[in-house]
Design a protein around this ligand. Sequence first.
Ligand code: NAD
Length: 369
Amino acid sequence: MTTVFDEVARRNHEQVVFAYDEVTGLRAIIAIHDTTLGPALGGCRMWSYTDEAAALRDVLRLSRGMTYKSAAAGLNLGGGKAVIIGDSKTHKNEMLFRAYGRFVQGLGGRYITAEDVGTSVQDMEWVRMESDFVVGISRALGGSGDPSPLTAYGCFEAMKASLKWQTGNESLEGRTVAIQGVGHVGYHLVKLVVQGGGRVVVCDIDHDSLKRVSEEFAGVEVVAPERIYSVPCDVFAPCALGAVINDETIPQLKTNIVCGSANNILADEDKHAKALEVADILYAPDYVVNAGGLINVANELEGYNDERARKQVGGIYDVTTQIFRIAREENTTTHMAANTLAERRIASIRRVKDTFVRQPPRRVMRHVP
Ligand code: NAD
């Protein structure tokens, strides 16, 4: 039988907190994976998990992912995540999020929370009533607001870096980009590609989202969701769901590059990163490409500034290129190269932080009765 401690030990988490509050019915788990670089920042997901073990697995996996995302993005933040077990449509109220906020506050800043799937800016404002350690607050309260435009901008910069790496020319002029999902991020990405002179093919399962882009941007072509994989294009940008690069879709792809905002694009990270490489398709690692949202909220920690956040997100271009270089020099996949970049940064900063930590003990003498 796998125990809770086995699960925690498997990915080297620093701390896992189980938060229960009888009055509000709060059942939450906060996982702090690694704080070498700084406080663990990561969203709070609210989901009707089938059981507690599923919630624990999810929070442990997601918090570790945040460690890599922050490290690769060059932020001085560690990786953390929280899950609240419950139905986000029926189980939400002010008391629940304020109770959650008290647990976050109790961690004294080791974990900073934010919105995620199933939670909203409004929920974070309730958390903020009880905790100083929350980001993702509305612009009206001095926060960073909707992260989607900057997430799209980061994805666009990664796309340019990928084109430059592969063809020597980063311009979107005359290129075709197939975008899967034109929701918050996809919509802004369409805009950037069109402004850059590119041709765009899109799909979505939501009629209103498709109508919006078709009406706003002349020349955007719409295809059925199942056809998006086989669209001949320079870049395929998944901006809807995870696991869309898999055994079934890879043989259909007629693209040179995969670069999109969705999380966990590869169904099996090692296997499908390798399969893309074998198919001669350049893969821009998802967590590097979509770090714009994280960089945007992280800016709240130093007083949100639009211009500075945008400049920092623009750095995704260089990080993407650096990853391609590591992959080439070390003969590995781009996915592994991104992990290597993150791990090396954490290891080197850990060494830096070792300086002067070997302090003398607080008491030199033992008490002798
Ligand atoms: P969203 O929900 O606003 O948009 C997703 C769109 O995909 C919707 O319009 C939806 O109808 C469409 N969709 C769903 N299933 C589909 C399918 N099978 N085929 C085609 N379209 C489908 O989400 P978003 O905020 O735009 O985020 C998009 C992706 O980027 C998500 O995977 C998200 O986790 C990731 N991401 C977003 C941000 C951000 O700032 N919003 C940051 C980092 C990562």
